[in-house]
Design a protein around this ligand. Structure first.
Ligand code: URA
Length: 210
């Protein structure tokens, strides 16, 4: 008796609605149909960027249970031990566009290296290094101190930053994504927490994907 469609109580468990034109009210609150779901997650360590995995927990498992039937997936990958900003959505075409190499959507990461990144290493990383048969595209590397900095990529090869550091005889100790296109890290989100994207954030992402 708590659900009405166009003002009439629905008393059947099977009832078809037109999600756009019908007015659906649940316990006094109108349900607004949205075709796509967009969540931003602060990914913790130890979670894999997949929808299912036999061995490890997945980022999708951090979303609430009501998203199980909405088939959300991570837009792009972060390694199991990389933390930070991750977009979860069920909008396949948008995700595909945001990840397409030709669109050069930028991703900024904060990193800590095991050894000092010299000015010569920094310049080499920025110009492009061989990560095993592939030379990385030009990127930006800003150092905060000899071991910590930010790296901004416009592409996303598997283990790219780890392999880039390896190419200059160094190693990543800590990696966290702080931006993804127009989305920036949300300080208010604890590790493992998520929130909905705002309408403005969705519109900006759609713009970046054009
Ligand atoms: N580069 C990496 O090496 N790992 C990530 O998770 C992201 C970029």
């Amino acid at each position: 008796g708590l659900i009405t469609v166009n003002g009439k109580v629905v008393d059947k468990s099977q009832f078809s609605v037109d999600p756009i034109n019908d007015k659906i009210v649940v316990d006094g609150e109108e349900l607004v149909y949205k075709k796509y779901a967009y969540l931003v997650l602060n990914k913790p360590k130890g979670y894999v960027s997949a929808t299912t995995d036999g061995a490890y927990p997945t980022v999708v498992e951090l979303a609430p249970i009501e998203f199980n039937h909405r088939e959300i997936f991570p837009c792009g990958r972060l390694d199991k031990n990389t933390l930070g900003l991750m977009l979860l959505t069920n909008n396949g075409p948008l995700s595909h566009k945001l990840l397409a190499p030709k669109r050069h959507v930028s991703k900024k990461y904060y990193f800590k290296a095991e050894d000092n990144v010299t000015e010569c290493d920094r310049v080499r990383l920025e110009s492009g290094v061989d990560i095993g048969g592939y030379v990385t595209a030009p990127c930006t590397v800003e150092m905060i101190n000899p071991k910590e900095g930010y790296i901004t990529l416009t592409e996303g090869k598997y283990h790219q930053i780890k392999l880039m550091l390896k190419a200059v005889c160094n190693k990543i100790e800590y990696l966290e994504r702080v931006t993804f296109g127009t989305l920036t890290h949300d300080e208010s989100l604890e590790r493992g927490q998520w929130r909905y994207l705002t309408e403005e954030e969705i519109a900006l992402l759609a713009e970046a994907a054009k």
